[in-house]
Design a protein around this ligand. Structure first.
Ligand code: KIV
Length: 262
């Protein structure tokens, strides 16, 4: 088993699993020092490309961003979201996941869904492709973006799906906007770590979209906490630059090239 996956599995009931998203090298380099897992999330469709849904994200887009992220990730486990319609059956999933693994040298892929994707997960795991799950709100197919676990049938469905995914061989599962008590129950029931996003402090780990965490992506989602406003820092630098260019302070002698004999 991949050593980084083993390390994450060993954190269950001991210490929280720290996860964040990255879409490019420079951010990945910063995150890598502090994270256990870095996800190239298809949320990049909304965050970077202004798509209405992650359905529009293609395999090529994911591969290109992931190649950049790979350059910044050394220590963390690198996981890539398989985009919508790239894993509709075991054959398609295996072909595309193999391509993603080969082109990006990532450690694992993430798929959205419950019982329906069990044969796909089994086939990938059998072919030595580590798989992470995603339950709760499923952005690739969701019609109603409200938290999950309000009704008894939904609660039972999620409990069953989580167990089935674990049995199919997944090493971890993201719980997106799952009601707090249910997230705790799922976390207790599973041997693999649950990674929460909007699903309470009781999950084994947490994930956020980094652009949300640093305040670059403007969002009012209840579960997002803006830990810092990087936009403000960029504004300061850009204003200084503009002023120095207008006042001919930049580029200075230090930042210019001169021939010695001039
Ligand atoms: O696409 C993504 O960034 C995700 C995380 C929010 C879990 O799936």
């Amino acid at each position: 088993m991949n050593k980084k996956i083993k390390k994450i599995l060993n954190k269950k009931n001991k210490s929280k699993v720290i996860c964040l998203t990255a879409y490019s090298k420079n951010i990945a380099l910063i995150l890598d020092k502090h994270c256990d897992l870095i996800l190239v999330g298809d949320s990049l469709g909304n965050v970077l490309y202004n798509y209405n849904s992650t359905k529009e994200v293609t395999l090529d887009i994911m591969i290109n961003h992931s190649k950049s992220v790979r350059l910044g990730v050394k220590k963390s486990l690198m996981v890539i979201d398989m985009p919508y319609n790239t894993y509709r059956n075991p054959k398609e999933a295996l072909k595309n996941a193999k391509l993603v693994m080969k082109r990006t040298k990532c450690d694992a892929v993430k798929l959205e869904g419950g019982e329906k994707i069990v044969p796909i997960v089994k086939s990938l795991v059998k072919n030595k492709i580590p798989v992470m799950g995603h339950l709760g709100i499923l952005p690739q197919t969701e019609k109603k973006f409200t938290f999950k676990g309000k009704k008894i049938n939904e609660i039972n469905r999620l409990l069953k799906d989580a167990k089935l995914l674990e049995e199919a061989g997944m090493f971890s599962v993201v719980l997106e906007c799952v009601e707090s008590k249910l997230a705790k129950k799922i976390t207790k029931k599973l041997h693999i770590p649950t990674i929460g996003i909007g699903s309470s402090v009781d999950c084994d780990g947490q994930i956020l979209v980094t652009d949300d965490l640093i305040g670059l992506n403007k969002t009012k989602l209840k579960f997002v906490k803006k830990f810092v406003d990087v936009g403000k820092v960029i504004q300061i630098a850009v204003k200084k630059y503009r002023s120095e260019v207008l006042n001919k302070k930049f580029p200075s002698f230090k930042h210019s090239f001169r021939n010695k004999f001039n």
